[in-house]
Design a protein around this ligand. Structure first.
Ligand code: FBP
Length: 330
């Protein structure tokens, strides 16, 4: 008899057997996220046909222009958690305050945080996009549950909307990759326990912002560009304007993504601690990679506000550790 395809639900239910005492609620939440991603993928594929491209005419809490698909993806995710009593709080990069699923504070064991549409500048040009998610255990059902270190996440991952729709996630015991089979509308396991290469040959950074970098950051990027056969330099630049797409490349092939802070201390970088840095750091670290601010481990940082930003260096252990050395040299 032909082996049944390893669908996401089969994989999650089989994995659940290895965590005694599990209630199955986290499994259900992950499966729900899979459904939300299919709805977002359908909206993206039809966006040009349904006038869903372009601006929503509103801006988010960071004052950034919201695209119609930012708002649509956000709504799809909020609907996804609005039943069954699994979730107490849902916080999003696109919302000033979290949604508290009313009347069920006592029930929802989890809080979910997400960047509904990562790579927004790629939306109107049919570029690669992603959805990033983070799951935390509910404590007292308030925002304080969210302002905690990244290593307290119970699960995190992302959906990548490219030529194929992919899901990559971890519950802290291995990183797994699934591909959406459009023929049956199911995510199928394509790589179990993904390990990030120790070092790479590519880097991703918006060099148009080099003027705002600290000398140590500039020296590091210059170092990657210097020809040196022994250390495999020069590296190639691979910046897609989608954090998820770049991190996914480096998860499979090795390399480093950078979004440094402004040297003049005017800004702590662009990326949000809770919706982008913590979840991707959780995935990358469980695949053997590393995520740093340049001076601290991203997963040790506890933000003091919901939309706090931080500088990010994420990728293969060798490159991130070398980056930290350059930053320390200043
Ligand atoms: P969004 O979540 O708003 O898309 O912001 C994150 C991001 O788009 C990353 O995906 C990407 O790497 C970076 O910002 C691009 O920023 P910049 O345009 O400054 O290079």
């Amino acid at each position: 008899m032909r082996a049944a395809p390893f669908t996401l639900d089969r994989f999650i239910l089989e994995e659940q057997r290895f965590s005694p005492g599990s209630t199955g609620e986290l499994s259900l939440l992950l499966l729900r996220l899979g459904v939300a991603a299919k709805r977002i993928a359908a909206a993206l594929a039809g966006a040009g046909l349904s006038q869903s491209l372009g601006s929503a005419g509103s801006s988010n809490v960071q004052g950034e222009e919201q695209k119609k698909l930012d708002v649509l993806a956000n709504d799809i995710l909020l609907e996804t958690f609005d039943y069954g009593g699994l979730v107490s709080l849902a916080a999003s990069e696109e919302m000033e305050e979290p949604v508290v699923y009313g009347g069920r504070l006592a029930e929802g064991r989890y809080a979910v945080l997400f960047d509904p549409m990562d790579g927004s500048s790629n939306i109107d040009v049919n570029g690669t996009l992603g959805t990033i998610f983070s799951i935390r255990r509910r404590r007292d059902g308030t925002v304080a549950d969210l302002l905690r270190p990244g290593h307290e996440q119970v699960a995190a991952g992302y959906f990548l909307f490219g030529p194929a729709v992919l899901l990559v996630y971890t519950c802290g015991d291995g990183v797994h990759l699934f591909t959406l089979d459009p023929a049956i509308g199911e995510f199928l396991l394509t790589r179990r326990d993904v390990r990030m290469p120790e070092r790479g040959k590519d880097y991703a950074v918006n060099e148009g912002r080099a003027h705002s970098w600290a000398p140590g950051v500039r020296a590091f990027v210059e170092h990657l560009k210097q020809p040196d056969k022994v250390s495999g330099r020069p590296y190639s630049t691979r910046y897609s304007a989608s954090l998820v797409a770049d991190v996914h490349r480096f998860l499979l092939e090795g390399g480093i993504y950078l979004y440094p802070a402004d040297a003049a201390g005017k800004g702590a970088g662009k990326l949000r601690v809770l919706y982008e840095c913590h979840p991707l750091a959780f995935v990358v670290e469980h695949a053997g990679g590393k995520a740093s601010t340049g001076v601290a481990r991203v997963l040790d940082v506890a933000p003091s506000s919901l939309h706090e930003r931080m500088p990010l260096a994420i990728g293969s252990r060798a490159e991130v550790e070398l980056f930290e050395k350059f930053v320390a040299r200043g």
